[in-house]
Ligand binder design. Structure first.
Ligand code: GLU
Ligand code: ZN
Length: 317
């Protein structure tokens, strides 16, 4: 795979020490599934004597719910999951995404696309490619130009275009997940040239998360396994932008007591944190999903004491 890394000037410095984060989208209050990600990433940071940052991913404004960011912070604090440094909001970090976008343009790695979802679907079906319902369609490169160029500022400002990143052939991304072991993804066939700015002018999650993780010096990403299919794209973006690749740990899917995947319904119910007793009960549920064992189960324990015991248990699960 040929990467354009050598053209990158002044990448962010290599981060030092452990820096983790929790990056919820404020689409509603925390639910059981997001608490598992919050607790897992918090425990991993504590165990490693690291920093744990809170970043509100309010980029996809149409999906954001007013006040959810405040609710999330209150729920985390009620659970004793305090963060280091100031909370950041993606909506305030547009300049960084724009800079990365321009960089990708200057190294001639992107191109505009005018396809609708429907065009993509019909092109794929004409090619005889079936995409299972729950899977993303791999973009068939319909708009990919023969020759890559640096587009003008006027083109870049045209918010009616979708901008895609051009993948090199055989773009196979492999990484070692701390929980799941070796993971690999063939980006060309499984994803295709992916979107970095949408045709409503919004930068995508893929671009924003990579820019933020680099700018915040994140060294360890602990998050739910539902995000695993994004990691290949993110590592590829890190490489072309000259960023350091953090260590990944995807938390195995939340299972119920019968070993079944929890339904969306169960996962989406907001956690109850009106008082310490409720918060502790939610933490205990989350710890069970994380497979933590030998935690104190009495009622006469403070959240801080319980969290300390959980930190000791982390890594032995
Ligand atoms: N904001 C994403 C979500 O809530 C998580 C991003 C990440 O952890 O990389 O699904
Ligand atoms: Zn297109």
């Amino acid at each position: 795979m040929i990467l354009a890394v050598s053209k990158i000037k002044n990448p962010p410095p290599q981060p030092v020490g452990y820096r983790g984060r929790f990056a919820p989208s404020p689409t509603g209050p925390l639910h059981a599934g997001s608490l598992v990600a919050a607790l897992g990433s918090w425990l991993d940071a504590q165990k490693n004597g690291g920093q744990w940052l809170l970043r509100i991913e309010d980029l996809d404004t149409p999906r954001c719910v007013t006040g959810a960011d405040q609710q999330i912070q209150a729920q985390l604090l009620a659970c004793g999951l305090a963060w280091d440094e100031k909370v950041t909001w993606q909506s305030e970090r547009q300049a960084g995404y724009q800079k990365a976008f321009e960089k990708l343009n200057s190294i001639q790695l992107m191109y505009p696309c005018t396809c609708s979802r429907q065009t993509i679907a019909s092109t794929l079906s004409q090619m005889g490619i079936q995409t299972p319902r729950n899977q993303e369609m791999a973009y068939p490169a319909s708009c990919r130009p023969e020759q890559f160029i640096t587009y003008s500022a006027e083109d870049l400002n045209n918010t009616k275009l979708t901008w895609r990143l051009a993948l090199p052939p055989d773009c196979n991304m492999t990484f070692v997940d701390e929980a799941l072991g070796v993971q690999s993804q063939q980006l060309n066939t499984q994803v295709g040239d992916f979107v970095i700015r949408r045709n409503d002018g919004l930068f995508t999650y893929q671009l924003a998360v990579v820019v933020d993780d680099a700018q915040q010096g994140i060294t360890h990403i602990v998050r739910g396994e539902d995000l695993l299919s994004n990691t290949g794209r993110q590592i590829y973006l890190q490489k072309v932008l000259g960023y350091h690749t953090p260590q990944y740990l995807h938390l195995p899917l939340v299972l119920d007591e019968h070993g079944e995947k929890l339904s969306k319904q169960t996962l989406a119910t907001p956690i109850q944190t009106q008082n310490a007793r409720e918060a502790l009960a939610e933490l205990r549920k989350a710890a069970k999903y994380l497979g933590l064992r030998n935690l104190p189960d009495g009622e006469n324990i403070t959240i801080a004491e319980w969290l300390l015991a959980a930190t000791h248990a982390w890594g032995k699960n």
